[in-house]
Design a protein around this ligand. Structure first.
Ligand SMILES: Cc1cc2nc3c(=O)[nH]c(=O)nc-3n(C[C@H](O)[C@H](O)[C@H](O)COP(=O)(O)OP(=O)(O)OC[C@H]3O[C@@H](n4cnc5c(N)ncnc54)[C@H](O)[C@@H]3O)c2cc1C
Ligand code: SF4
Length: 326
């Protein structure tokens, strides 16, 4: 690991000021992703600005929404009564990720910002356009079993690794960020992460120096009928091959509203909008879930080693919706 400076920030203003003024500075929160990347020489920050002590750890009700602090730990968020009661889908998704020890350290802001687990990204002896623009993509013609089936480009076929973010995408969360000179903005979750396009170095729309301060989730009527399904190689310490966050609002024998987001399939959490549009107004029956899943997967483009993800995602959508409807 290369030498770096370290500074602990007490306020958002201090943290944003420090990172925006000094080239090569980065925020650090729980450190569960960034420190690994520094050890592998993938990230080389000149200075780390520790944001974990900033007082943004609360989970609170605000009007028709629940606001979760960016510095709250993943475990505390998943266990919080407001989250468990209003968004069990989010609790399930957080608990499906990593291990108890990592969730105890990891923060919500850090979870949104964690980087891909593509093995070529971690291996500095291999080409990777995300690490070094223009160097090539080792995965596209290489070992791409874990990689994307939606929205990839010739430049990058990586997937976003988070479980929490899949639930937040389904729940239409909004990310609050603060930048230099106290400028704040609200970014809808669907616009926060990005597809790789011709610049995979950028995972999301955050600008230099902007700090995530909180995540707002509008209250909804999905709490009674939601389910997070994660399909993975091992029961713990494994990222999703495919995951599904499914939520239904039922009105008698009809689906009044539905949300479906997929993990492990794209560079960002993938909202299955075609499946959602098909299901509104239909009966919550397996045959309808199957038709919706087929419609969504019709646009999938598999790579050499991940064609299995297409039928897997189809079946996972059906299973998650069946669980959610019960
Ligand atoms: C072995 C292992 C297994 C894992 N398995 C899973 C899994 O199955 N599912 C899953 O979802 N995750 C998994 N993770 C990832 C884990 O959830 C993330 O490492 C964690 O959420 C990152 O949070 P952190 O606070 O530690 O971030 P850090 O490592 O401190 O930071 C990560 C990045 O976020 C930036 N950052 C941090 N806070 C902010 C902020 N408030 N605003 C702007 N930028 C910020 C940092 O600059 C850095 O670039 C795993 C991790 C490990 C090590
Ligand atoms: S898929 Fe993306 S992260 Fe992986 S090697 Fe290719 S460019 Fe790098």
């Amino acid at each position: 690991m290369r030498p770096f400076k370290y500074q602990s920030a007490a306020t958002v203003k201090d943290a944003v000021g420090a990172v925006s003024k000094s080239e090569g500075s980065k925020f650090i929160a729980g450190g569960t992703n960034l420190v690994d990347l520094m050890k592998e020489d993938v990230e080389r920050p000149a200075a780390l600005i520790d944001v974990s002590r900033i007082d943004l750890k609360q989970v609170r009700s605000e009007g028709d929404s629940v606001v979760i602090g960016a510095m709250a730990k993943n475990t505390d968020t998943a266990n919080h009564p407001l989250v468990r009661m209003n968004f069990p889908l989010l609790s399930q998704a957080i608990f499906a990720g990593a291990s108890a020890q990592i969730r105890n350290m990891a923060t919500n802001g850090g979870n949104l910002m964690q980087r891909t687990r593509c093995v070529y990204f971690y291996d500095t002896s291999m080409p990777c356009n995300k690490r070094e623009r223009g160097s090539g993509c080792g995965a596209k013609e290489g070992l791409n079993r874990m990689h994307a089936i939606f929205g990839w480009s010739d430049e990058c076929v990586a997937v976003h690794p988070s479980d929490m973010c899949v639930a937040l995408a389904a729940l239409d969360a909004v990310v609050k960020v603060e930048g230099p000179e106290g400028k704040t903005r609200d970014v809808p979750f669907s616009a926060f992460h990005r597809l790789p396009g011709d610049d995979p170095t950028r995972d999301n729309e955050l600008k230099n120096g902007e700090l995530i301060t909180s995540i707002t989730i509008p209250k909804n009527k999905f709490a009674g009928n939601s389910y997070y399904l994660k399909v993975r190689d091992r029961a713990s310490y494994a990222f999703a091959l495919v995951s599904v966050a499914a939520a239904l609002e039922l009105d008698g024998e009809k689906i009044k509203d539905v949300r479906i987001a997929l993990g492990g399939v794209a560079h960002k959490p993938w909202r299955a909008r075609k499946a959602e549009d098909y299901l509104r107004g239909k009966a919550p029956k397996t045959e309808e879930f199957e038709k919706a899943a087929k419609l969504e997967l019709a646009d999938a483009r598999a790579l050499e080693h991940n064609a299995f993800k297409v039928p897997l995602a189809e079946r996972a959508i059906v299973r998650a919706l069946r669980q959610a409807s019960q």
